[in-house]
Design a protein around this ligand. Sequence first.
Ligand code: F6P
Length: 195
Amino acid sequence: PRPILLTRHGESCDNVRGRIGSDSVLSDAGELYSKKLANFIEKRLKSERAASIWTSTLQRTIITASPIAGFPKIQWRALDEINAGVCDGMTYEEIKKNMPEEYEARKKDKLRYRYPRGESYLDVIQRLEPVIIELERQRAPVVVISHQAVLRALYAYFADRPLKEIPHIEVPLHTIIEIQMGVTGVQEKRYKLMD
Ligand code: F6P
């Protein structure tokens, strides 16, 4: 069985400030994670010559992948974080204060809520289809370095979790979720590399 390793990018400066979306670089903790991740991946996939590293097109995932040596890296726009549209770069507090109707609408139906000029979880799930098809076709391990909303959707697909749970699945920072697909079904391991 070949593993799929899912991880969010290392903590970004916007994560620290509580700002959603955008395209910031990593915090010091995030930089440290990128090194620990590289170490982990290089050991875990040592004899896996055909393995590959998939990132989004946002710099926080590309920077997180950068210390990993020895494997090809592929950027997918479909792995970019949910597009928060007019709310991109805001904190949840700012959205609540300045756009209370939007805040409430999202709280009520996070799965279907679409940010004005942005995306919903359902949109994200749909655009991930080609990524999932390609992941299913791979014979070798794949490391996916992406973002919270996207990884919730990918994880739910492989772990067979219901649609309505997707926006609420826990995908913490600095943690690798390893999924193994074998004959007896799907097995999962989590590696927390930092506190
Ligand atoms: O806060 C990090 C982040 O990846 C944001 O960029 C994104 O908007 C958010 O998480 C998605 O999580 P939620 O759907 O819970 O707001």
